[in-house]
Structures are given as structure tokens and as C-alpha cells.
Design a binder for this molecule. Structure first.
Ligand code: ATP
Ligand code: MG
Length: 239
């Protein structure tokens, strides 16, 4: 049996004195798309923040590529091979699309190599190439999200973690983002994502985890979760 790329084991996490995660377990294997779903406040973003080092007080294990990273600070995480797309389409509004992408490659000292990374992202997102000289703030919401994903891919990460990639986008852009995620899946990329669009996310995903009140509630294949009566009633609007 191959080892998971990411293993979260008995993770406890707290904001100050308030504990919000209680013994959370998750695994992500190479080439898998894994979705985390659950109601507001369930702790989905907190799991991600713990993995990318943005949240300190915690116990348990977070093993990435064979190494326990639970004590690593956030700035050390990109060089491990983890790309992170935070919630909220965060781009540098006054900088061009190209410069935004370059910001995602601060670890690459070689200018030529950095350019090749930018070109690879442009090949993936032709729309960004068309807009490369524009200020990021002038892009549509969907394009800004594409840019945020592109920036996370600049270091060619082994794992891409996305927090609510479709949140707040109009249906047309939600569609575009899911098409991009499909494309990443077709390339064999490994993704861990949180999505409020749970049915959509589970359809795309190999496996899913349902969190509730900071605890694991269900986990199964995306298909099995979609078909599960309790999951449908509780988390997919009863359909
Ligand atoms: N910075 C913070 N300080 C204190 N408490 C926080 C902080 N961020 C989140 N929380 C609390 O931790 C719990 C889990 O929050 P989290 O953001 O992980 O939930 P979520 O599942 O991502 O929810 P949503 O679907 O609303 O994004 C919630 O009770 C929330 O109020
Ligand atoms: Mg969240």
C-alpha cells in the first residue's frame, strides 16, 4: 500500500482558549481530489490553516510526504510543495497579472526559471495570458480566482489546497472554476479543497470528508457520499 501524501492524525486545534477541532483525521493520496464539506463553523478552514501553518496551538500529527510538519511556520510550507489558495480570491489588486504570478514564485531565484513557471501557468489559463498586463483588480471575480489558483501553482506543488474556490462567484464563473478544477484533475494533480458547493465538489472528488462541530462525521468516496441519505438530507439540501 502506498503512503498517503498528506495524513492528518488526531488533530486538535484552538483559537486561544477555544478548541474548534477535536481529533480530526484525514488522508490525501497522490493524484486524488479530496473535498472537505460541512456546515458553517464546522472547522473546514481551520483544518486547512493548520496544514499550511497559519494556526499554531494544536496537537496531533500532520505528515506531508513522510515528514511531520505540524510545527512548521507558514513561510516554510510553500517550499515543501504545498500550494495554498486562501478563501476570498486574494490578489494584489494594483499589480499586473504577471507580477501577481511572479509573487507566487518568490522562492525561485533564477529569472529564466521564474519566467518558465509563469508561462506554464499561462498555458494552463489562457485567459490570464490575455490579461497579463492588466491590474489584477480590474479582472472579473472568476478571473481573480483563476489568478489566485495560478499563483499557488507557480512552484509546481505536489498538493494544492483550495479554500472555497467558488465562494461568491456568479454561476457562470462557478462553472469556469469547476472546469479548471476538472482540468487539474485530468492532469493528475492532487487537490484538497473546501467547498460550500458540496454536491458539485463531491461529484468532482475521489473522496470526501464531512466535518461537523470540529469532528469527523462521515468519510467515503465522493460518489458514496452523494448517494448517502443522511449526507443528502443534512448537507446537500435534502435532494
Ligand atoms: N480567527 C478566529 N478566532 C476565533 N475563532 C475562530 C477564528 N476563525 C474561526 N473561528 C471559529 O472556529 C470555528 C471553525 O471555524 P472555521 O472557519 O474553520 O469554519 P468553516 O467550516 O470554515 O466555516 P465556513 O463554512 O463558515 O467557512 C468556528 O466556530 C469559528 O467561529
Ligand atoms: Mg471556511
Amino acid at each position: 500500500m502506498t503512503e498517503p501524501l498528506l495524513t492528518i492524525n488526531k488533530l486538535d486545534a484552538a483559537y486561544g482558549p477555544v478548541q474548534v477541532l477535536f481529533g480530526v483525521d484525514m488522508e490525501v493520496y497522490r493524484g486524488e481530489i479530496v473535498a472537505i464539506i460541512g456546515p458553517n463553523g464546522a472547522g473546514k478552514s481551520t483544518v486547512i490553516k493548520a496544514v499550511v501553518g497559519l494556526l499554531k496551538s494544536r496537537s496531533g500529527q500532520i505528515v506531508f510526504d513522510g515528514r511531520d510538519i505540524i510545527r512548521l511556520p507558514a513561510h516554510a510550507v510553500p517550499r515543501l510543495g504545498i500550494g495554498y489558495v486562501p478563501q476570498g480570491r486574494i490578489v494584489f489588486s494594483h499589480m499586473t497579472v504577471t507580477d501577481n504570478l511572479e509573487m507566487g514564485a518568490f522562492l525561485i531565484k533564477d529569472r529564466e526559471q521564474r519566467r518558465r513557471s509563469v508561462d506554464a501557468v499561462f498555458a494552463q489559463f489562457p485567459r490570464l495570458h490575455e490579461r497579463r498586463q492588466q491590474a489584477a483588480g480590474s479582472l472579473s471575480g472568476g478571473e481573480q480566482q483563476m489568478l489566485a489558483i495560478g499563483r499557488a501553482m507557480m512552484l509546481d506543488p505536489q498538493l494544492i489546497i483550495l479554500d472555497e474556490p467558488s465562494l461568491g462567484l456568479s454561476p457562470k464563473y462557478v462553472e469556469q472554476i469547476f472546469e479548471q478544477l476538472e482540468e487539474l484533475k485530468a492532469q493528475g494533480r492532487t487537490l484538497l479543497m473546501v467547498e460550500q458547493n458540496a454536491a458539485r465538489a463531491l461529484t468532482l472528488s475521489d473522496r470526501g470528508y464531512v466535518l461537523e462541530l470540529g469532528r469527523n462525521r462521515f468519510h467515503d468516496t465522493g460518489r458514496a457520499l452523494l448517494a448517502d441519505k443522511a449526507v443528502r438530507e443534512l448537507y446537500l439540501g435534502g435532494r
